[in-house]
Structures are given as C-alpha cells and as structure tokens.
Design a protein around this ligand. Structure first.
Ligand SMILES: Cc1cc2nc3c(=O)[nH]c(=O)nc-3n(C[C@H](O)[C@H](O)[C@H](O)COP(=O)(O)OP(=O)(O)OC[C@H]3O[C@@H](n4cnc5c(N)ncnc54)[C@H](O)[C@@H]3O)c2cc1C
Length: 444
C-alpha cells in the first residue's frame, strides 16, 4: 500500500462551516480527488467508492441548481455498454422504469425533401434494428441528464467513502512529487495521490498542466428541447441530415397524461441559433415539422429551448504529474452520433479498473505508469470516435444534388448489408475492443 493510502485519515462526514479553520490546518486525505461534478465526475466518484477508494468530489456549482429544468435539458442516449455499467452501479431500476429504450434508428439524408419510406411509415434510408444486434438489447436508453444526475447525487450523498465539496471554489492547486493538494476558498486543504479532471471541455486543470488540445469549432449550434406529439414514436429514433447538420428525434417515455414525447436535437448554423431560439413555441413546432415530416403528427414544444455551440477537441495527452483527464476534459465531440457521454463513461470504467487495480497492489495511484495504462486503454477508442463523427459531419455538410445522391447510395448500400449494420451497431453501443469489467456489468 502506498504511503498516501496508509496515512489516509477518515475525514469528518459532515463539513459544517464552523469546522473550516480547524480543517484548514490538516489536509483531508483521499485516494483520489475529482474536480467537476458533471455526469462523468459523479459516475467516477461512485465507481471508485464502490471499489473501496476514498473519494473527494469538488464541484463549483450548487448540485441542486444543476437539477433545475433550465440548467441542462439534454436527454442522452445511453449505449448498451454504458447501461451495463450503470446497472452494475445500482441504476437498473432507473434505466428500466424511467429510461426509454431505442428499438430502432432510421437515418435519412434530409436534403431538400424528406423521403418517406412507405413500408415503415417514417423517414428511412438506413435502418438499424435492435432485433438484429448482438446481444439483442436496445440500441440505447434515452435518459434525461438531470434524472441521472439526481440519482447519482443521491447515492453519493449517502456513500461512506465519498466527500462532496459543493458548491466549492478552488483557491489553489499543487501537484508535487509525492501528492497533489487542493486548497478550497473556505480554507479547507485536500490531499490525494491523484487529481482527476472531470471539469468539462474548457478544463482549467488541463490548461494549467500545459496539456494542449487539437481541434476546431464547427459552424454549428445544437438546439435542444422536448416535443410532445400526436402519434407514438414506437421507440424509433430518427436522424435526418441537412447541410447545417443533423436533425434528430429521440424517443422518450410518454407523459403521465398519455401524450407521446421525444427529445429534439436540431443542429443549425451558428448565426441562425439566436433566431431559432427566439421563435415562438408554435413557430418552432411548425419549423420542426417542416424538417421531420408528419410521421409523428402535430408537434408541441414542452420544454425550454436551449443551445450548445459545437466543437471538436482532443487532448494531446490524458495525464500530467498526478493529474488524469476524463470525459469532455480529455475529448469533446459533435453529438451527431450521441457518443460524447458514452466515451466519458468508458473512460470512467477504464480508470476505475486501473486505479482499483493499482490500489489492490499497493501502488501509488498518482504514478505515471498508472496514468499511462489508462491513457493506452482509452486513447484509441476516443480518437477513432472523434474522427468518425467528424467525417460524418463533413460528409453530410456537402451541399448539392450530386453529393446527396452519393450519400443516399452509400446509406442504401449499408442498409442492404446486415453484417455492416451489425458492425456499426456494435461500435455505437460500445461493445467492441477490450472492455473493462464495469462495461461488462461486473462490479469487480
Ligand atoms: C446537444 C448535445 C447532445 C448530446 N447528446 C448526447 C447523447 O445523446 N449521448 C452521449 O453519449 N453524449 C451526448 N452529448 C455529450 C455529453 O453531453 C457530454 O459529453 C457530457 O455531458 C460531458 O460530461 P462531463 O462530466 O465530462 O463534463 P461537463 O458536463 O461539462 O461537466 C463538467 C463539470 O465540471 C464543473 N467544473 C468545471 N470547472 C470546475 C472547477 N474549476 N471546479 C469545480 N468544478 C468545476 C462544472 O460546473 C460541471 O459541473 C451531447 C452533447 C450535446 C452538446
């Protein structure tokens, strides 16, 4: 066992404001300090704690404010391997009872005219069906970000091996030869052998460590909301490609009053984003209907309309002295294939395995060999997915009839080849490569 693990002292379970001066003198020791309580940071904290590590999670925002509908109205497609990890962490009931399974995905080149596939009654040139997938599980489970966030927070707040510092601002960070330290603005001093940066795309920790990123801004902004609709979606997601970007309808569970519901991710050129956001709910629904056709019947906007400017970025390395990058802090991609969070959750699964394995062998959790093992495990998958999504974005952005015809031919060709469809589905579901135990549903 490393010195830092041996000397770990149990910190007080609660941190009343009055205890801060006393606490400031002695650092509170942890096995890992996680900075950033987004979905990746929260999941990592729980996964590490379930593997007997003492974790400190620092989030600058009030976690309860993160649960408000106006904060993050996104609904994420949780791929089957990520779902297996969440089940292993105890969220099976949440996925089954609150999540909405995606049974099929239809991909169409929107072009100027939405084509209707008469056999299926919905837009479709390329059709992925979960019945063909191996194993025959849903292609994904749609879950509201704030629902998952709330469930994770509830577990973390009650977990004996997790200390939640939130809202908390960091005054200084120090990554020395033997340990890393974080001083909070209220004077508390935290120490651990390793800091994990889960602080999102702008990651201050990554920048401070001098880790550069490669990437670019897309001339695209995702407009996100939730629509109620007249006809059922039958658990089918549809993605229509326009030159400004994809227009995606993603199935959600019916509302308590029986109305059918889908999430919408509509990509527009960035200059048009404010205009689209300013549309009245009725005009917004009308524009959405023009783009997706009438297969869901009359549409109604039932959630705030939010916008997310899109970029691609990939860190040149995933670690520095006693620092490891996870999730969007390491890689941010276009949401065209709904893979960003899933990549982050795969980082979480790999890092949990690497750190818990190191702890079992009594190694220093902040040793470069530990960080290198994590980086080797995750870099290829993250890079390939970022590259593939970027190619898709560019391919579908080429305007004009000839490009449209070539794309349609390509989609139709893939549609005729079941083995290719199955291969695409396996990749999108995170079922390929060397999967850590959590992604196989094992807690270890
Ligand atoms: C429109 C859209 C749709 C998407 N849909 C999907 C989908 O369907 N499926 C999918 O897999 N992915 C999807 N994604 C991607 C996914 O949302 C992100 O990859 C994921 O949310 C990133 O999570 P994170 O925890 O790494 O970072 P973030 O969510 O950015 O969280 C970072 C956290 O760190 C905190 N923080 C930052 N700095 C500090 C600091 N100094 N001190 C303390 N705390 C700090 C922040 O307050 C925040 O809570 C989508 C993305 C977009 C834009």
């Amino acid at each position: 066992m490393s010195d830092s693990r041996k000397s770990r002292a149990k910190a007080p379970e609660t941190m009343p404001a009055g205890s801060e001066q006393a606490a400031a003198r002695e650092p509170l020791l942890h096995d890992a300090l996680i900075v950033g309580g987004g979905l990746n940071g929260l999941t990592l904290a729980l996964a590490l704690a379930e593997h007997d590590l003492e974790v400190g999670l620092i989030e600058r925002a009030d976690p309860d404010a993160h649960l408000a509908p106006g904060f993050d109205g996104r609904v994420s497609a949780i791929a089957s391997s990520s779902a297996r990890m969440l089940r292993a962490l105890g969220f099976g009931d949440l996925l089954d009872e609150v999540g909405c399974p995606i049974r099929a995905i239809r991909v169409t080149d929107g072009g100027d005219n939405v084509r209707m596939d008469s056999r299926r009654g919905a837009p479709g040139l390329l059709h992925f069906d979960s019945a063909e997938a191996e194993p025959a599980e849903p292609l994904g489970i749609m879950l509201e970000n704030r629902t998952l966030r709330a469930a994770l927070l509830e577990r973390l707040r009650a977990h004996p091996r997790v200390r939640l510092y939130a809202p908390a601002s960091i005054e200084s960070r120090e990554r020395g030869a033997d340990e890393a330290r974080i001083r909070l603005a209220d004077g508390r001093e935290l120490a651990a052998p390793v800091i994990v940066a889960c602080d999102g795309r702008p990651s201050a920790l990554r920048k401070e460590a001098g880790i550069r990123t490669a990437g670019w801004q897309y001339d695209a902004t995702a407009i996100v909301t939730v629509l109620a609709h007249e006809k059922p979606h039958r658990n089918v997601a549809s993605e229509l490609f326009y030159s400004a970007g994809p227009f995606a309808q993603l199935p959600m569970n019916d509302l308590p009053d029986g109305r059918h519901r889908s999430a919408l991710v509509w990509t527009v050129h960035s200059k048009d984003a404010e205009g689209v956001k300013a549309l009245s709910p009725r005009a917004f629904a009308h524009e959405a209907e023009k783009r997706m056709g009438s297969f869901l019947g009359k549409l109604e906007v039932i959630a705030p309309v939010q916008s997310f400017p899109l970029n691609l970025q990939h860190a040149e390395r995933y670690w520095a002295n006693r620092l490891i990058l996870v999730g969007d802090a390491a890689h941010g991609i276009h949401p065209i294939a709904g893979q960003g969070l899933n990549l982050g959750l795969r980082d979480v699964a790999a890092l949990t395995e690497v750190l818990s394995d190191a702890a079992r062998h009594g190694l220093d959790l902040g040793h470069p060999d530990v960080a290198r093992r994590y980086e080797r495990w995750r870099r290829g998958d993250n890079f390939t997915t970022a590259f593939t999504t970027d190619v898709l974005v560019r391919l579908f952005a080429i305007p004009g009839r000839p490009a449209e015809r070539i794309r349609s031919t390509g989609l139709a060709a893939v549609n005729r080849l079941p083995f290719l469809r199955r291969a695409f589905m396996a990749i999108a579901r995170g079922e390929t490569g060397d999967r850590p135990p959590l992604l196989r549903g094992e807690l270890g």
